[in-house]
Design a protein around this ligand. Structure first.
Ligand code: NCD
Ligand code: ZN
Length: 346
């Protein structure tokens, strides 16, 4: 039995760092654990231009400890009015690493999102030329569609057409939650990949209601059936280079979660690597953790893997603690003890 594992330092290919006091509270956790992170642009208002991304990147750099070896990778929030020339300029200047597609009203802070992807062909063509990946929140948003069906319908109604129409577009289906999504990505061309969160590998939709309503397990896309969770575990631990780590850590203050209309988002960054390690251990796939956490992502993004290493040790650990204070107090996932810990660097 492996009790100790050395892997390259991981990157987080999907995280919400927020702004202001929340940014100050959560950014140090990401920066001390991950070497790089793809930072989501769904601020209020969203990060839509190169200039806004430069300014946000500065605020992130100011919020992380000076000693942290951490690089934030910025994304542009796609709207109906995105300027393809600005995206291309942002890519050329090394500001934008990717572009995020939120269907309008799909999730937290997505009111400015895209109403019809078919109208953005010029933008996608510019991204193909610039080599900018499109990161997709894959849910249809028609209120009549069952919330548990939104991802599978998105694949058929939107995603597949996008992949076909833009043969040079590299694309990540973010935070996949269904067997259908796992199968779609497996069968898709090489340029289509997916991120998988720790929580979707651990919980299913029944857990959200276990013994009562558990707002801290509510996120979007919402967790699906057990058979979906099993399919996600299978592809995540398979070693297939199309699947890589993205925590989707999405902090909301306790008051915003524990109320009559709770916000979607799970704050997991404090134990994400530990939870992934536990999942790979349970699946007998610890030898493939490094590929998922530290190699497949850089390969997709055409960046070098990190040279630094971390050491994971099998050891019982208490559940991660809440972070922040007052309105920025955030409860952490998971609420259960951990079976692995990261050994502090010597
Ligand atoms: C995210 C957030 O809070 O910004 N929420 C979530 O449930 N995942 C938005 C998102 O990634 O959908
Ligand atoms: Zn997200």
């Amino acid at each position: 039995m492996t009790d100790r594992l050395t892997i390259r330092r991981p990157d987080d290919w999907h995280v919400h760092l927020r702004d202001g006091a929340m940014l100050a509270a959560v950014a140090p956790l990401t920066a001390t654990r991950f070497a790089r992170a793809i930072v989501m642009p769904n601020l209020v208002p969203p990060v839509t231009t190169t200039a806004e991304a430069i300014a946000y990147r500065e605020r992130i750099r100011a919020a992380v400890p000076a000693s942290a070896r951490f690089t934030p990778l910025m994304t542009a929030y796609l709207t109906d009015h995105t300027d393809p020339a600005d995206l291309a300029a942002g890519a050329a200047q090394g500001v934008f690493t990717a572009v995020k597609l939120y269907p309008a009203h799909a999730t937290t802070n997505s009111a400015h999102g895209v109403t019809d992807v078919a109208k953005l062909d010029k933008v996608f063509a510019a991204m193909e030329r610039a080599g900018l990946p499109l990161l997709v929140h894959g849910e249809v948003t028609r209120p009549s569609v069952d919330v548990f069906d939104r991802e599978t319908l998105f694949i058929d109604e939107v995603l597949d057409g996008l992949v076909q129409r833009h043969p040079g577009l590299r694309l990540v289906l973010e935070h996949i939650t269904t067997r259908r999504a796992a199968d779609y990505v497996l069968a898709a061309p090489e340029r289509v990949a997916a991120t998988i969160t720790p929580h979707h590998l651990v919980i299913n939709r029944t857990d959200i209601f276990r013994g009562g309503l558990r707002p801290h397990l509510y996120c979007l896309p919402i967790a699906k059936r057990e058979e979906d969770r099993i399919a996600l575990r299978r592809v995540a631990t398979s070693g297939n280079a199309k699947f890589f780590l993205g925590t989707d850590s999405a902090p909301h203050g306790v008051e915003a979660k524990e109320c009559a209309c709770g916000a979607a988002g799970i704050f997991n960054v404090g134990a994400a690597i530990e939870v992934y390690a536990q999942v790979f251990d349970e699946e007998g796939a610890l030898d493939r953790l490094e590929a998922f956490a530290s190699l497949n992502g850089p390969r997709f993004y055409r960046l070098p893997p990190n040279e630094e290493r971390i050491v994971l040790v099998r050891a019982q650990q208490p559940a991660p603690e809440a972070v922040g204070a007052g309105p920025t107090r955030v409860r952490a996932f998971p609420e259960t003890a951990l079976a692995w810990r990261i050994e502090p660097a010597a």
